[in-house]
Design a protein around this ligand. Sequence first.
Ligand SMILES: [Zn+2]
Length: 101
Amino acid sequence: MPFYEFICPVCNSRAEVFVRSVNSTVTAPACTTEGCEGPMRRAVSRFMRHLTEMDKLAEAEAKWGKQVDDVMGPSPDIGRYARRYDALAKDLPPPEQPIHE
Ligand SMILES: [Zn+2]
């Protein structure tokens, strides 16, 4: 289940929002501190940091893929790439499984 964390830049209070779908629109909650009118902003949750690491890994793979393409020519071994991605993804939970923090 997607998990969003918000932080108030004025008083540093935090709020967590869970949404049913990744595609749901998430609106920032109001700051819960009495008298504070700080606009809450998205904070980077542990879950999102994890995704960021995966993005970095994908970027690195893309860079290596480019270098490999330069060496191997326009017909890279797609099956080899697919097996490599499978190996990288083996420790990830299946998509249906909720991710607990
Ligand atoms: Zn606040």
